[in-house]
Design a protein around this ligand. Structure first.
Ligand SMILES: NC(=O)c1ccc[n+]([C@@H]2O[C@H](COP(=O)([O-])OP(=O)(O)OC[C@H]3O[C@@H](n4cnc5c(N)ncnc54)[C@H](OP(=O)(O)O)[C@@H]3O)[C@@H](O)[C@H]2O)c1
Length: 333
């Protein structure tokens, strides 16, 4: 596979006025790519909430600009200085510092450390892997945490919050595929609620239908929770979780703080499991991607929109406004 002289990417620059501007550029050269043992030709990437933050100058995600965001990529190894991978190998790259302070997947070519690459599982295409992307991988980690730690499966559903987001829709699809009853909660009204039911949610709630209040414990409603939004509402979810249930937390669109008494933990044995997709060890990455390719395989095409590099600015805007639905895949080839 030839190494290109030039390639296209979505480059974000800081303007003199201090604002941030993303645009598609066709004049990137391989010598500008960061260090790493693998040069990879990208087939597809996908857009996550973290990319929206990186593309708009959030210093908690990216400090150095110009920058190419994109925390996900799937493609083919072009050159390798590692004994683990050879040219032609198909790989997935997510997590670590990829797309944060290391140029990411919104580009036709990337260069990364070999330790960041997961072999594309047998039977999974690059496009299928990016329909999942970090969102699907995170959803699978959350489902795994709930199913592995719960004492016994009850008839109570698993609740998924921020239900029209990428992580949440992937979680609903995976849980429904596994035959686990799912309840979804979304702020959105209209036809999207029907789509959540088609995806596998048995009930679709509004945030107002969740229990709250000052009581230390509430009625046991959820066998587990995939919480993708964080914030003060998390306390009510923990108090409404059945004995032995697991509440997972991965996101913070609704806030990064919450308060809680210890009672759900010491009187019901509820567990709070933090989900960190970026720092998962390689053995765990391979195990989870293997599940997603085989036993947990579910078709996410129905929740995906496909775009090119030129669609990134619009998707970023929607993600930040909380109006984006499902997953957007960026096709580079
Ligand atoms: N820890 C990790 O490893 C990890 C990995 C991936 C993602 N994340 C985080 O998980 C979260 C979800 O990621 P994503 O890619 O699924 O994002 P997303 O597609 O933007 O989905 C987030 C969902 O949260 C809800 N939401 C948005 N703004 C809100 C607000 N102000 N108050 C309450 N709800 C709000 C919306 O759902 P409704 O409109 O349906 O209510 C939205 O669709 C993000 O915070 C992301 O950074 C963490």
């Amino acid at each position: 596979m030839p190494i290109p002289n030039r390639f296209s990417a979505y480059l974000v620059t800081r303007t003199e006025a201090g604002s941030f501007h993303g645009e598609v550029r066709a004049d990137l050269t391989p010598d500008r790519l960061p260090p790493g043992e693998l040069l990879i030709r990208v087939d597809c990437s996908s857009i996550n909430y973290k990319d929206a933050l990186s593309a708009t100058g959030n210093p908690g995600v990216t400090k150095q600009y110009p920058h190419i965001p994109g925390i996900d990529a799937a493609g083919t190894v072009v050159t390798s200085e590692s004994a683990t991978f050879a040219p032609g190998d198909r790989v997935i790259v997510t997590g670590y510092r990829f797309g944060m302070d290391h140029w990411g997947g919104f580009a036709e070519y990337i260069r990364v450390p070999a330790a960041w690459a997961v072999p594309l599982p047998v039977g999974m295409s690059a496009l299928e892997s990016m329909r999942l992307g970090t969102a699907g991988f995170t959803a699978a980690l959350a489902v795994d945490a709930i199913l592995r730690r719960e004492r016994a499966r009850t008839a109570a559903p698993v609740l998924v919050t921020g239900a029209t987001g990428g992580v949440a829709m992937a979680a609903i699809a995976i849980l429904a595929h596994l035959g686990v009853p799912v309840a979804a909660v979304t702020r959105k009204q209209g036809a999207i609620r029907g789509r959540l039911r088609q995806l596998g949610a048995r009930e679709v709630l509004t945030p107002e239908e969740l229990d709250g209040g000052d009581k230390p414990l509430l009625k046991e409603r959820w066998s587990g929770v995939v919480d993708t939004i964080g914030g003060e509402g998390l306390e009510g979810l923990i108090k409404s979780t059945c004995a032995g249930g697991v509440v997972t937390t991965c996101g913070m669109a609704a806030g990064n703080r919450f308060g809680s008494s210890v009672f759900p933990f010491i009187l019901r044995g509820v567990s709070l499991a933090g989900i960190d997709s970026a720092a998962q060890p390689m053995a765990e990455r391979i195990r989870i991607w293997g599940l997603l390719a085989r036993d947990w395989r579910t078709d996410l095409e129905r929740i995906c929109t496909e775009t090119g590099l030129d669609g990134i600015t619009g998707a970023v805007r929607e993600l930040l406004a909380g109006t984006h639905v499902g997953r957007t895949v960026v096709k580079l080839r």
